[in-house]
Design a protein around this ligand. Sequence first.
Ligand SMILES: [Fe+2]
Ligand SMILES: [Fe+2]
Length: 201
Amino acid sequence: MTRQLLSLAWSTPTNWARAVSSDEHELLCDHAHCELRAAASAQGLVTHNPEASELVDCLLRLAQEELRHFRQVVDLLRELGGELHRMQGNPYADGLLKSSLPSRGSVLLDRLLISGLIEERSHERFSLLAEHAVAPQLRALFAELMPSEAGHARLFERLALELLPRAKVERRAAELVSIEAQVMSGLAFSVRMHSGTVGLE
Ligand SMILES: [Fe+2]
Ligand SMILES: [Fe+2]
């Protein structure tokens, strides 16, 4: 079995899950946007790498899956009496991009590894929510979505290893794992899937 390159170096405490799920409409709205962004980002990778046929096939499938997740999240949001609205920026994704730029070598490698890390962080958050979210409907939704996020992180890892030299992938993965931990551990708490815990009681 190959070693997992994208393992998180900072773990979210469980009290985050109860706090973030106390506003279920806002959390689901934010999460719906995350699913949509994941689909758009996979399509962007296909647009920029059309000659990489394995990447094209895998990421088109992934984009379709993320859109199905989007549908599921929006359905539950509406069932619970909420509605979608616009969200302002994304401090986590923006922070990751900004902190990783100075040391970036390959654009493709960073896009694959950062996408994989975001999936890995989402998987961690889903597992916390599946157990500790306040509403049972949220616990059920995240328990259902959880396995596919773990699969997505592994998929990005595998694509990186297929398209780029292993030593380069391993080195950059280690750097990005530590950048991600620094960014995440420094973020303030808010009702968002990728919020931090600074300021959380
Ligand atoms: Fe998803
Ligand atoms: Fe995903």
